[in-house]
Ligand binder design. Sequence first.
Ligand SMILES: O=C(O)CCC(=O)C(=O)O
Length: 255
Amino acid sequence: MAWLTDEEIAFYRTEGYLVLRALFSSAEVSALADDVDRVGRERRDLIDANNMRVRFQTHAQTGEVMMEVFDPIADLSPVASAVANDRRIFDRLHDLYGEPACLFKEKLIYKPPGAIGAMLHQDWISWPNFPKSFLTVLLAIDPFDDASGATKVYPRIHAQGYLSSQDGQHHTLEDRTFPVEPVLLNLAPGDIAIFSCFTPHSSNPNLSAHSRRGYFLSYNAQSDGGEQHAKHYAEFHDWLRSKYPPENARALYFR
Ligand SMILES: O=C(O)CCC(=O)C(=O)O
């Protein structure tokens, strides 16, 4: 059974992104919002600069450092886990891939008010066998719009592949200009956007009065490495450790 139209599949292939409206109901999004907030409240013990599960972001005006990301969160939140494994997502990715999808990684970006945005980048990274079929499903929990610093994608550029040095490091594309205007992913709670690992994207600061919570779920095609969730996090943690001098790297942990 096809869950996406031929037009939607063609749009994704050409543009490098696709928006699907109201894939999750408001009741489902409220349950997800409540549970990820519960994790944030009840697991203050995890919010530590040495915990590789957590990332921080600075406030655009005050410079205050704020907790922004749990990566991953599904093992802490049964509701998030159910969303990450939801048939509606897998069915639609099957249509895009022409084969089953495997969950690669997932993270909850809270993006509190004032948080600066994400620098322009592509998600792919030149680690051995990093899947080129990697794509991200962004489920909006709060409105993604101009004020909240919605994700912006550069359409059609994914066709050019990876645009930075293949040295195993993460690179920004801040010095690049593209011959296309970015598309702001205006999303209502329950909408999803799907974008390729080669689609350049960024976001502006959250200038609204509320958090811009988004569940960023990444998948790969089954024939492109199969299930590699555990392998990915082991590699990711080794890579994070490699970026610090040995005495600081030893202090890093995952909990
Ligand atoms: O927060 C956003 O809008 C984008 C986040 C992102 O690109 C990332 O975490 O890789």
